[in-house]
Design a protein around this ligand. Structure first.
Ligand SMILES: NC(=O)c1ccc[n+]([C@@H]2O[C@H](COP(=O)([O-])OP(=O)(O)OC[C@H]3O[C@@H](n4cnc5c(N)ncnc54)[C@H](O)[C@@H]3O)[C@@H](O)[C@H]2O)c1
Length: 315
Protein backbone atom coordinates (compact mmCIF):
# COMPACT_ATOMS: atom_id res chain seq x y z
CA UNK A 1 0.00 0.00 0.00
CA UNK A 2 1.11 3.60 -0.61
CA UNK A 3 0.69 5.71 2.50
CA UNK A 4 1.15 9.39 3.21
CA UNK A 5 1.83 10.34 6.84
CA UNK A 6 1.55 14.01 7.78
CA UNK A 7 3.46 14.78 10.97
CA UNK A 8 5.53 11.65 10.25
CA UNK A 9 8.71 13.14 11.75
CA UNK A 10 7.01 13.53 15.14
CA UNK A 11 6.69 11.19 18.10
CA UNK A 12 3.63 9.16 17.05
CA UNK A 13 4.08 9.71 13.29
CA UNK A 14 7.62 8.30 13.19
CA UNK A 15 6.54 5.23 15.18
CA UNK A 16 3.70 4.75 12.66
CA UNK A 17 6.09 5.13 9.70
CA UNK A 18 8.32 2.37 11.15
CA UNK A 19 5.34 0.03 11.54
CA UNK A 20 4.08 0.69 7.98
CA UNK A 21 7.57 0.01 6.56
CA UNK A 22 7.82 -3.19 8.64
CA UNK A 23 4.70 -4.51 6.95
CA UNK A 24 5.93 -3.58 3.48
CA UNK A 25 4.07 -0.33 2.76
CA UNK A 26 5.53 2.53 0.72
CA UNK A 27 5.63 5.66 2.87
CA UNK A 28 5.80 9.38 2.06
CA UNK A 29 6.08 11.82 4.98
CA UNK A 30 4.89 15.43 4.93
CA UNK A 31 6.20 17.47 7.87
CA UNK A 32 7.40 21.02 8.43
CA UNK A 33 9.81 19.82 11.15
CA UNK A 34 8.47 22.45 13.55
CA UNK A 35 8.44 19.98 16.45
CA UNK A 36 9.33 16.77 14.59
CA UNK A 37 12.91 15.76 13.86
CA UNK A 38 14.49 14.25 10.79
CA UNK A 39 16.49 12.08 13.23
CA UNK A 40 13.24 10.31 14.20
CA UNK A 41 13.10 9.08 10.59
CA UNK A 42 16.78 8.15 10.22
CA UNK A 43 16.08 4.41 9.96
CA UNK A 44 12.92 4.94 7.89
CA UNK A 45 14.67 7.09 5.26
CA UNK A 46 17.31 4.36 4.88
CA UNK A 47 14.50 1.87 4.31
CA UNK A 48 12.99 3.91 1.47
CA UNK A 49 10.59 6.34 3.13
CA UNK A 50 10.58 9.81 1.54
CA UNK A 51 10.36 13.08 3.52
CA UNK A 52 8.87 16.29 2.08
CA UNK A 53 9.22 19.42 4.16
CA UNK A 54 5.95 21.35 3.86
CA UNK A 55 3.52 23.26 6.07
CA UNK A 56 -0.09 21.96 6.12
CA UNK A 57 -1.31 25.59 6.26
CA UNK A 58 0.08 26.03 2.73
CA UNK A 59 -2.59 24.46 0.47
CA UNK A 60 -0.47 24.62 -2.72
CA UNK A 61 2.48 22.91 -1.06
CA UNK A 62 0.23 20.20 0.41
CA UNK A 63 -1.48 19.62 -2.97
CA UNK A 64 1.87 19.25 -4.72
CA UNK A 65 3.19 16.65 -2.25
CA UNK A 66 -0.05 14.63 -2.10
CA UNK A 67 -0.53 14.69 -5.90
CA UNK A 68 2.98 13.36 -6.44
CA UNK A 69 2.66 10.69 -3.71
CA UNK A 70 -0.74 9.40 -4.97
CA UNK A 71 -1.46 7.72 -1.62
CA UNK A 72 -4.10 5.08 -1.09
CA UNK A 73 -4.34 6.02 2.57
CA UNK A 74 -3.59 9.39 4.20
CA UNK A 75 -2.72 9.30 7.90
CA UNK A 76 -3.07 12.89 9.12
CA UNK A 77 -1.09 13.49 12.30
CA UNK A 78 0.48 16.94 11.76
CA UNK A 79 -0.98 19.34 14.30
CA UNK A 80 -0.50 22.11 16.81
CA UNK A 81 -0.51 19.83 19.90
CA UNK A 82 0.00 22.20 22.82
CA UNK A 83 -3.23 22.73 24.80
CA UNK A 84 -1.91 25.87 26.51
CA UNK A 85 -0.87 27.43 23.18
CA UNK A 86 -4.42 26.78 21.95
CA UNK A 87 -5.81 28.71 24.93
CA UNK A 88 -3.39 31.64 24.48
CA UNK A 89 -3.51 31.74 20.66
CA UNK A 90 -6.77 30.09 19.52
CA UNK A 91 -6.64 31.48 15.97
CA UNK A 92 -3.10 30.17 15.49
CA UNK A 93 -4.25 26.74 16.73
CA UNK A 94 -7.27 26.79 14.40
CA UNK A 95 -5.16 27.71 11.39
CA UNK A 96 -3.10 24.53 11.78
CA UNK A 97 -5.69 22.13 13.22
CA UNK A 98 -8.75 23.26 11.25
CA UNK A 99 -7.54 24.97 8.06
CA UNK A 100 -4.45 22.74 7.82
CA UNK A 101 -6.61 19.62 8.22
CA UNK A 102 -9.02 20.85 5.54
CA UNK A 103 -6.04 21.41 3.22
CA UNK A 104 -4.89 17.80 3.75
CA UNK A 105 -8.46 16.44 3.29
CA UNK A 106 -8.93 18.39 0.07
CA UNK A 107 -5.57 17.27 -1.31
CA UNK A 108 -6.44 13.64 -0.43
CA UNK A 109 -9.75 13.92 -2.28
CA UNK A 110 -8.18 15.52 -5.37
CA UNK A 111 -5.44 12.86 -5.46
CA UNK A 112 -8.08 10.08 -5.29
CA UNK A 113 -7.10 8.62 -1.90
CA UNK A 114 -9.29 5.73 -0.72
CA UNK A 115 -9.07 6.36 3.01
CA UNK A 116 -8.34 9.23 5.43
CA UNK A 117 -7.32 8.54 9.05
CA UNK A 118 -7.31 11.51 11.43
CA UNK A 119 -5.55 11.71 14.80
CA UNK A 120 -8.02 13.24 17.21
CA UNK A 121 -8.15 13.33 20.99
CA UNK A 122 -10.30 11.73 23.67
CA UNK A 123 -9.59 13.68 26.85
CA UNK A 124 -9.51 17.13 25.21
CA UNK A 125 -12.79 16.57 23.33
CA UNK A 126 -14.88 15.06 26.15
CA UNK A 127 -13.66 17.33 28.97
CA UNK A 128 -14.87 16.39 32.48
CA UNK A 129 -17.43 13.61 32.01
CA UNK A 130 -20.10 11.90 34.06
CA UNK A 131 -19.44 8.55 32.43
CA UNK A 132 -15.97 7.03 32.96
CA UNK A 133 -14.70 5.17 30.92
CA UNK A 134 -16.19 7.53 28.36
CA UNK A 135 -17.80 6.18 25.17
CA UNK A 136 -17.70 7.94 21.77
CA UNK A 137 -21.38 8.81 22.14
CA UNK A 138 -20.74 11.07 25.15
CA UNK A 139 -21.42 14.77 24.61
CA UNK A 140 -18.31 16.75 23.61
CA UNK A 141 -17.45 19.68 25.87
CA UNK A 142 -13.86 20.73 25.16
CA UNK A 143 -12.20 23.11 27.63
CA UNK A 144 -9.58 24.50 25.21
CA UNK A 145 -9.11 25.56 21.61
CA UNK A 146 -7.19 22.32 20.98
CA UNK A 147 -10.19 20.02 21.67
CA UNK A 148 -12.47 22.38 19.77
CA UNK A 149 -10.23 22.52 16.69
CA UNK A 150 -9.88 18.72 16.66
CA UNK A 151 -13.67 18.34 16.96
CA UNK A 152 -14.14 20.82 14.13
CA UNK A 153 -11.73 18.87 11.91
CA UNK A 154 -13.76 15.73 12.72
CA UNK A 155 -16.81 17.56 11.36
CA UNK A 156 -14.98 18.19 8.08
CA UNK A 157 -14.20 14.46 7.87
CA UNK A 158 -17.96 13.79 8.06
CA UNK A 159 -18.56 16.42 5.40
CA UNK A 160 -16.04 14.82 3.01
CA UNK A 161 -17.80 11.46 3.53
CA UNK A 162 -21.24 12.88 2.74
CA UNK A 163 -20.25 15.30 0.00
CA UNK A 164 -17.46 13.41 -1.77
CA UNK A 165 -17.73 9.79 -0.59
CA UNK A 166 -14.22 9.86 0.88
CA UNK A 167 -13.89 7.12 3.54
CA UNK A 168 -12.72 8.82 6.75
CA UNK A 169 -12.22 7.92 10.40
CA UNK A 170 -11.25 9.96 13.47
CA UNK A 171 -9.26 8.15 16.14
CA UNK A 172 -9.60 9.75 19.56
CA UNK A 173 -6.39 8.94 21.41
CA UNK A 174 -5.87 8.74 25.17
CA UNK A 175 -2.62 10.09 26.65
CA UNK A 176 0.04 8.61 24.41
CA UNK A 177 3.53 7.80 25.69
CA UNK A 178 6.61 5.86 24.65
CA UNK A 179 9.98 6.15 22.91
CA UNK A 180 10.72 9.43 21.01
CA UNK A 181 8.26 11.58 22.96
CA UNK A 182 9.81 14.98 23.69
CA UNK A 183 10.71 15.20 27.43
CA UNK A 184 10.75 19.01 27.22
CA UNK A 185 7.30 19.48 25.72
CA UNK A 186 3.97 20.03 27.45
CA UNK A 187 2.38 16.91 26.02
CA UNK A 188 3.66 13.91 27.86
CA UNK A 189 3.98 13.60 31.63
CA UNK A 190 5.63 10.18 31.30
CA UNK A 191 8.32 11.58 28.97
CA UNK A 192 8.86 14.52 31.33
CA UNK A 193 9.13 12.23 34.39
CA UNK A 194 11.49 9.83 32.55
CA UNK A 195 13.71 12.83 31.71
CA UNK A 196 13.69 13.91 35.37
CA UNK A 197 14.48 10.40 36.59
CA UNK A 198 17.39 10.06 34.15
CA UNK A 199 18.89 13.36 35.29
CA UNK A 200 18.38 12.91 39.06
CA UNK A 201 15.45 15.37 39.27
CA UNK A 202 12.09 15.06 41.05
CA UNK A 203 8.63 14.71 39.49
CA UNK A 204 6.45 17.80 39.82
CA UNK A 205 2.81 16.99 40.65
CA UNK A 206 0.09 19.59 40.18
CA UNK A 207 -2.64 19.10 42.81
CA UNK A 208 -2.69 15.99 45.00
CA UNK A 209 -1.72 13.49 42.28
CA UNK A 210 -5.02 11.58 42.35
CA UNK A 211 -6.08 12.85 38.91
CA UNK A 212 -6.33 9.98 36.42
CA UNK A 213 -5.55 9.54 32.74
CA UNK A 214 -5.76 6.72 30.22
CA UNK A 215 -2.12 6.16 29.19
CA UNK A 216 -1.73 4.32 25.89
CA UNK A 217 1.64 2.93 24.78
CA UNK A 218 2.69 4.22 21.35
CA UNK A 219 3.40 0.70 20.02
CA UNK A 220 -0.22 -0.28 20.70
CA UNK A 221 -1.52 3.02 19.35
CA UNK A 222 0.23 2.79 15.97
CA UNK A 223 -1.18 -0.73 15.50
CA UNK A 224 -4.64 0.78 15.90
CA UNK A 225 -3.83 3.59 13.42
CA UNK A 226 -2.55 1.12 10.81
CA UNK A 227 -5.61 -1.11 11.36
CA UNK A 228 -7.87 1.92 10.88
CA UNK A 229 -6.22 2.55 7.49
CA UNK A 230 -7.15 -0.98 6.38
CA UNK A 231 -10.68 -0.95 7.83
CA UNK A 232 -13.76 0.82 6.52
CA UNK A 233 -15.30 1.91 9.83
CA UNK A 234 -16.20 5.60 9.90
CA UNK A 235 -16.94 8.23 12.55
CA UNK A 236 -15.07 8.52 15.84
CA UNK A 237 -13.23 5.64 17.55
CA UNK A 238 -11.57 5.88 20.98
CA UNK A 239 -8.07 4.44 21.24
CA UNK A 240 -7.02 3.94 24.85
CA UNK A 241 -6.70 1.18 27.43
CA UNK A 242 -9.88 1.67 29.48
CA UNK A 243 -7.58 1.73 32.56
CA UNK A 244 -7.32 4.77 34.83
CA UNK A 245 -3.90 5.54 36.30
CA UNK A 246 -3.22 8.29 38.84
CA UNK A 247 -0.11 10.45 38.71
CA UNK A 248 1.03 8.91 42.01
CA UNK A 249 0.67 5.39 40.53
CA UNK A 250 2.73 6.54 37.54
CA UNK A 251 5.49 7.70 39.84
CA UNK A 252 5.40 4.31 41.61
CA UNK A 253 5.70 2.54 38.26
CA UNK A 254 8.69 4.72 37.34
CA UNK A 255 10.35 4.12 40.71
CA UNK A 256 9.98 0.36 40.19
CA UNK A 257 11.24 0.50 36.58
CA UNK A 258 14.21 2.72 37.50
CA UNK A 259 15.12 0.73 40.62
CA UNK A 260 14.94 3.96 42.62
CA UNK A 261 16.26 3.98 46.20
CA UNK A 262 14.12 4.97 49.21
CA UNK A 263 13.87 8.76 49.52
CA UNK A 264 14.82 9.49 45.90
CA UNK A 265 12.47 10.65 43.09
CA UNK A 266 9.92 11.88 45.63
CA UNK A 267 7.11 14.01 44.16
CA UNK A 268 7.28 17.79 44.48
CA UNK A 269 3.71 19.10 44.89
CA UNK A 270 2.49 22.34 43.26
CA UNK A 271 -0.89 24.07 43.07
CA UNK A 272 -3.47 22.35 40.84
CA UNK A 273 -3.67 23.85 37.35
CA UNK A 274 -6.76 25.77 36.38
CA UNK A 275 -9.08 23.85 34.08
CA UNK A 276 -7.30 20.53 34.48
CA UNK A 277 -9.77 17.65 34.49
CA UNK A 278 -9.80 15.15 37.37
CA UNK A 279 -10.62 11.93 35.52
CA UNK A 280 -10.07 10.90 31.92
CA UNK A 281 -10.44 7.36 30.61
CA UNK A 282 -11.73 6.04 27.30
CA UNK A 283 -14.10 3.19 26.62
CA UNK A 284 -12.55 1.09 23.83
CA UNK A 285 -15.16 -1.57 23.06
CA UNK A 286 -15.93 0.13 19.72
CA UNK A 287 -12.25 -0.15 18.63
CA UNK A 288 -12.22 -3.84 19.65
CA UNK A 289 -15.33 -4.45 17.57
CA UNK A 290 -14.63 -2.50 14.37
CA UNK A 291 -10.82 -2.65 14.21
CA UNK A 292 -10.27 -6.04 15.87
CA UNK A 293 -7.66 -4.22 17.96
CA UNK A 294 -6.69 -4.66 21.59
CA UNK A 295 -4.15 -2.75 23.72
CA UNK A 296 -1.45 -5.16 24.90
CA UNK A 297 1.08 -3.18 26.94
CA UNK A 298 0.06 -2.23 30.49
CA UNK A 299 1.34 0.96 32.02
CA UNK A 300 4.04 -0.63 34.23
CA UNK A 301 5.50 -2.47 31.23
CA UNK A 302 5.17 0.57 28.96
CA UNK A 303 6.81 2.89 31.47
CA UNK A 304 9.72 0.44 31.83
CA UNK A 305 10.16 0.30 28.04
CA UNK A 306 10.00 4.09 27.79
CA UNK A 307 12.55 4.60 30.54
CA UNK A 308 14.89 2.09 28.89
CA UNK A 309 14.71 4.14 25.66
CA UNK A 310 15.82 7.42 27.31
CA UNK A 311 19.43 8.18 26.36
CA UNK A 312 21.82 8.56 29.31
CA UNK A 313 22.49 12.25 30.07
CA UNK A 314 25.76 13.52 28.60
CA UNK A 315 28.37 14.39 31.21
N1 LIG B 1 0.71 12.71 22.24
C1 LIG B 1 -0.54 12.56 22.67
O1 LIG B 1 -0.78 12.20 23.84
C2 LIG B 1 -1.71 12.81 21.74
C3 LIG B 1 -3.01 12.65 22.25
C4 LIG B 1 -4.09 12.87 21.39
C5 LIG B 1 -3.87 13.23 20.07
N2 LIG B 1 -2.59 13.40 19.60
C6 LIG B 1 -2.41 13.79 18.21
O2 LIG B 1 -1.47 12.94 17.57
C7 LIG B 1 -0.79 13.65 16.55
C8 LIG B 1 0.72 13.51 16.69
O3 LIG B 1 1.12 14.05 17.94
P1 LIG B 1 2.56 13.80 18.59
O4 LIG B 1 2.35 13.59 20.05
O5 LIG B 1 3.30 12.79 17.81
O6 LIG B 1 3.20 15.25 18.43
P2 LIG B 1 4.53 15.74 17.66
O7 LIG B 1 4.68 17.20 17.94
O8 LIG B 1 5.69 14.85 18.00
O9 LIG B 1 4.13 15.51 16.15
C9 LIG B 1 3.47 16.45 15.36
C10 LIG B 1 4.20 16.54 14.04
O10 LIG B 1 3.50 17.45 13.19
C11 LIG B 1 4.44 18.35 12.59
N3 LIG B 1 3.75 19.61 12.32
C12 LIG B 1 3.27 20.49 13.23
N4 LIG B 1 2.70 21.53 12.62
C13 LIG B 1 2.83 21.31 11.27
C14 LIG B 1 2.46 22.05 10.12
N5 LIG B 1 1.84 23.22 10.21
N6 LIG B 1 2.74 21.51 8.90
C15 LIG B 1 3.37 20.31 8.80
N7 LIG B 1 3.77 19.58 9.86
C16 LIG B 1 3.50 20.09 11.08
C17 LIG B 1 5.56 18.48 13.61
O11 LIG B 1 6.80 18.90 13.05
C18 LIG B 1 5.63 17.07 14.18
O12 LIG B 1 6.51 16.25 13.44
C19 LIG B 1 -1.28 15.11 16.64
O13 LIG B 1 -2.31 15.29 15.69
C20 LIG B 1 -1.85 15.18 18.05
O14 LIG B 1 -2.84 16.18 18.15
C21 LIG B 1 -1.50 13.19 20.42
Amino acid sequence: MRALVTGGAGFIGSNLVDLLLDRGDEVVVLDDLSSGKEANLAGALERGAVLHRADIRDADAVNAVVAEAEPEVVFHLAAQIDVRVSVDRPAYDARTNVEGSVNVLEAARVAGARRFVFSSTGGAIYGETEEVPTPETHVAQPMAGYGTSKLCAEQYLGLYERLHGLSTVALRFGNVYGPRQDPHGEAGVIAIFCGKLATGGRPKVFGDGTQTRDYIYVGDLVEAIAAAGDADATGAINIGTEQETTILELIDALRAAGDVKEGEFEPEFAEARLGEIQRSCLKVSHAREVLGWEPKVDVREGVARTLASVPAPSA
